[in-house]
Design a protein around this ligand. Structure first.
Ligand code: FRU
Length: 458
């Protein structure tokens, strides 16, 4: 089975070859969803960071396009890497990069990262622009556009701020656990509006911020959500946290929040950002995340490429006990076959499938085992006393490529009308578990040695 040798998911976006990490510059324009991503054109480990590029018309199948923004030489022995960032459609040509009246100009706002032996690391924000829907790019000749002299200052995420009819950038000072908001009329000149940080999880560095409006289920209300990716391999596992609140055009204020809210409880969901400029089909923000973890990202046993991305997920908010929480609903290819799981044992021999489970837990919890053998399986269980759903991948196949990999993830979830509902998507090496319609999610990679499995619920 060739899949066992490559571990390339069939229904998730992966680069044609080589290394990838964060999603970048996600933006909709003229029927196309553009997906850029951190990419190493020269190898399957992190390095030479550049922006890869793909487009989709339905968020389910993707067409690979040539490299968009390559790392470049500065002519003084240093190179500039193109780190994470965002893209906007500058339909009013505020930047002046395009011909008068041209409405389809795309501008990328990214972190320019220079590592030089003399002066150390420098990170600042720079611009690229494209007049042919992202197929070819030019760099602004007065880059960088935002430099505060900090070594760590990155991941600009720009949206149109309707309240002030200006561009708004969220960007982070990772080591200060601080997001900053800047404003610009032309994408070139930026002034500081406000800051938000030093709260929530500050045990790991802050990366990849994004601020956007999310509809509240069952009402006309919308609230603002700030997503933050926190952590790096030197500081343990990474994950994503979020804050819900209000944004008056200048300041982001957060709801009273005693807990840290995790967007996903698995090990493999990071650096997610939303599509910019969404129109039509989706009335909710749609995000995608990197399905890997810095703790072991460079060691996963995939062949010919390294790194994948989650399904696109449409986000909404639910309001319970005065607290807003995010809910994620996956956008999934119809080609993935669904199996309704009850107590009968099911035999499968395919690398990608969807298991749907709806189980009454009013008296006891359950165990769902997807097993290739006695020694190789993935175990999902619901513990009624603890109100905890867990995903155990310690026996999931190849796990010894990095000692941080074998793990058990748990999340607290209450039954709904006495039931727990799971939508579990297995796609070769990526497993996404949506609990109770996406109120909680667990995303984990696995590297099985066989796709011939028995699914048993008890
Ligand atoms: C997050 C990150 C970003 C940075 C990029 C570099 O995974 O560390 O902060 O821009 O990766 O590849």
């Amino acid at each position: 089975n060739p899949l066992e040798n490559t571990y390339r998911p069939l229904h998730h976006f992966t680069p044609p070859q080589n290394w990838t990490n964060d999603p970048n510059g996600m933006v909709y324009l003229d029927g196309e969803y553009h997906f850029f991503y951190q990419y190493n054109p020269f190898g399957d480990k992190w390095g030479h960071m550049s922006w890869g590029h793909a487009v989709s018309r339905d968020l389910k199948t993707w067409e690979h396009l040539p490299l968009a923004l390559p790392e470049f030489d500065n002519g003084d022995g240093t190179t500039t890497m193109i780190f994470s960032g965002s893209a906007v459609v500058d339909s009013a040509n505020t930047s002046g990069f395009f011909e008068e009246g041209f409405t389809k100009g795309m501008v990328a706002i990214f972190t320019s990262h220079i590592d030089s032996s003399g002066t150390g690391i420098a990170q600042h924000q720079s611009l690229g622009y494209s007049a042919d829907k992202g197929r070819s790019w030019k760099l602004y000749d007065e880059n960088p556009v935002l430099d505060i002299g900090l070594k760590d200052f990155r991941d600009p995420n720009v949206i149109w701020n309707e309240q002030r009819e200006a561009w708004l950038m969220a960007v982070v000072k990772p080591r200060e656990y601080m997001a900053q908001f800047y404003e610009s009329a032309d994408l070139k000149n930026w002034t500081l509006l406000s800051e938000f940080g030093q709260q929530g999880d500050t045990t790991k560095i802050w990366e990849c911020p994004s601020l956007f409006k999310v509809p509240v289920e069952g009402s006309d209300e919308k609230k603002w959500v700030l997503l933050i990716s926190s952590g790096h391999k030197t500081e343990g596992f990474v994950g994503m946290q979020y804050f819900v609140g209000d944004f008056d055009g200048v300041n982001f204020t957060v709801q009273r929040q005693d807990d840290v809210f995790a967007l996903d409880h698995g090990k493999d969901f990071y650096a997610a950002i939303p599509f910019n400029n969404l129109r039509g089909e989706y009335d909710k923000p749609v995000i995608m995340g990197w399905g890997n973890n810095w703790a072991y990202a460079n060691d996963i046993p995939t062949v010919g490429f390294r790194g994948n991305f989650s399904f696109p997920r449409a986000l909404s908010l639910t309001l319970n006990n005065d607290t807003y929480r995010l809910k994620s609903e996956p956008i999934v290819s119809e080609e993935i076959k669904t199996y309704e799981i009850d107590s009968e044992v099911l035999s499968l021999n395919e690398p990608s499938f969807h298991l749907h489970v709806k189980r009454d837990v009013s008296e006891k919890g359950f165990e769902l085992k997807v097993a290739a053998s006695k020694e190789e399986f993935v175990l999902f269980s619901y513990d009624l006393e603890k109100s905890e759903l867990s995903f155990d991948r310690t026996m999931s196949g190849k796990t010894d490529f990095n000692k941080a990999f074998p793990s058990v993830e748990t999340v607290k979830v209450s039954p709904k009308n006495g039931e727990i509902e799971l939508d579990i998507y297995f796609d070769v090496a990526l497993v996404e578990v949506f609990i109770n319609g996406g109120e909680e999610v667990i995303t984990n990679q696995i590297f099985p040695t066989s796709y011939k499995v028995e699914v048993a619920l008890k």
